[in-house]
Design a protein around this ligand. Structure first.
Ligand code: BG6
Length: 488
């Protein structure tokens, strides 16, 4: 392996993220032979666990969440790396316990899988224990703040102890295979690279639909809403990768410089254009996949008066040369009919029709990038229907060139995004992590929308669970003669 052994310190090892995603991902890296022999995994939490109890807890979670039956050999290797340290994260003195378990001579990766309000305490505690040096890398989980101001406060706190080169801000969408494939698709194929602008593209749609509700996370979600939970990070990151200029290299800063330029070019949405450019919704009870589900205000712990949005649709414009006049429509929501994320590039119609009146409306070519599930890439093209006709006319038919990842790469397992990202942190490559200026630029744009919503007397529009969101979301495109792509 091309990286050094690591002391991987997992703060918040008992939390949801660690149990569902991080520990199972580390286990998968073990299985793939990608963990360095000398690497240790040190769980940190406030509970008093014996080593045996901790190992048992990790095992249970891996069995439950790794999506695999436990492989005995892999587990034997993995469990030998596990260690547990009891630390009260808000008590600076208790971090000295860690000194016994980490080796400051080695590279240390510290994953802060905790509420961001604890990031400052963790940095302080580590500093007090004398275990911070230039080789330490810290991984910060989203959400980084609630708005620009609180995000700056968190970033400032962490920056008192770590430089930007040591900070890895996670957006797990950047670890998804199909999101990474955007870079390959755009810059390794001249067929797309040369057609990727306002001359050829009519508009772009980015949809991230979820069928789940808020999964018992009322407290967190009601303060955040779909805008902060999904748009500020995941959707804006996808949009940046679709819209950015070619980076000079695949180095972290080359890519991040280009993404930042896109974020800076987003036309502001504010009180003057909020109704024209945005739709927000909140789900009421309904049926998802045949199951009856409660409305948002009927969820456990719900505040009946909440105006928090669980659905957002936006018309986004990018004020630069490449994208002038090309709208990007974004849509994301909870309790939609199915879980599906897609990017659809609608190319412009042909300028002249050779095929007669029956084809007066030749459909435009579309490139559909299926991010999840059924990862793949699909292009719709017009073809001549084979056969002889007495009129000599040419019949056309719309067909698909369809690349399905599960067929094309049948012997490759599609890794979870966290596996990819954890590996990148261990290697020390920041390219798939979000730089501070990107986070702050995204907040600047999002804050203005949230502010405009807040000042409006109207709340979110209701939509029935199991539908594609409020009716106005259809109107957002319909008034411009367009419609949302219908997933398979
Ligand atoms: C998380 C959000 O960042 O992403 C969740 O906090 C959301 O609300 C999740 O459900 C979606 O991720 P994925 O990988 O399942 O699409």
């Amino acid at each position: 392996l091309k990286y050094e052994p690591i002391d991987f310190v997992l703060f918040g090892t008992k939390g949801d993220l660690a149990r569902r995603k991080l520990l199972p991902s580390l286990y998968q890296l073990e299985k793939a032979g990608l963990l360095h022999d000398g690497t240790k995994v040190i769980g940190v939490a406030r509970q008093d666990f014996s080593q045996t109890d901790y190992v048992e807890l990790v095992k249970e979670n891996i069995e439950k969440f790794s999506g695999d039956t436990l492989c005995k050999d892999t587990w034997t290797k993995f469990q030998a790396r596990l260690d547990y340290v009891q630390v009260n994260l808000t008590d600076t003195a208790s971090y000295t316990e860690l000194c016994e378990h980490v080796d400051v001579e080695r590279t240390m990766v510290c994953y802060f899988a905790t509420a961001p309000s604890l990031f400052g305490d963790i940095c302080k505690g580590m500093d007090n224990a004398g275990i911070i040096d230039d080789s330490v890398r810290v991984v910060l989980e989203k959400p980084i703040g609630q708005d620009l101001e609180s995000s700056k406060a968190i970033n400032d706190k962490v920056a008192e102890y770590f430089t930007e080169k040591q900070i890895y801000r996670i957006d797990h969408y950047l670890g998804k295979e199909t999101v990474l494939n955007l870079i390959a698709l755009r810059f390794a194929n001249s067929i797309f690279a040369t057609n990727w602008d306002h001359n050829c593209i009519d508009h772009v749609q980015i949809s991230v639909a979820e069928s789940v509700g808020i999964e018992g996370r009322w407290g967190y979600f009601d303060d955040a809403g779909q805008m902060r939970d999904m748009v500020q990070n995941h959707l804006l990151q996808i949009l940046s990768l679709v819209a950015m200029e070619p980076p000079t290299t695949l180095d972290a800063d080359s890519i991040r410089d280009e993404k930042l330029k896109v974020l800076k070019a987003l036309r502001p949405i504010n009180a003057s254009n909020i109704n024209e450019k945005s739709v927000r919704g909140q789900y009421s009870s309904g049926f998802v996949s045949g199951h009856e589900v409660p409305g948002y205000l009927e969820e456990e712990d719900a505040n009946q008066k909440s105006r928090t949005e669980t659905f957002v649709a936006l018309k986004v414009e990018i004020d630069n040369w490449r994208w002038a006049g090309v709208p990007f429509y974004l849509r994301t929501g909870k309790r939609l009919p199915t879980k599906v994320s897609e990017i659809v590039i609608y190319f412009k119609r042909q300028p002249h029709n050779l095929f007669g009146a029956s084809f007066s409306q030749l459909p435009p070519n579309k490139l559909v990038i299926r991010l999840q599930p059924e990862e793949g890439v699909e292009v719709t093209v017009m073809n001549k229907v084979p056969g002889l006709t007495s009129t000599g006319a040419m019949d056309l038919q719309k067909s698909k060139l369809d690349l399905s990842f599960s067929e094309e790469f049948a012997d490759q397992r599609i890794a979870d995004a966290y596996e990819k990202l954890l590996l990148e942190v261990m290697i020390g490559n920041q390219a798939l992590f979000v730089r501070r200026d990107e986070v702050e630029q995204a907040w600047t744009w999002v804050d203005s929308i949230i502010k405009a919503w807040k000042s409006s007397s109207e709340g979110p529009e209701q939509y029935q669970a199991g539908t594609w969101g409020p009716v106005s979301s259809i109107g957002l495109l319909a008034k411009e003669g367009r419609s949302w792509y219908e997933s398979k």
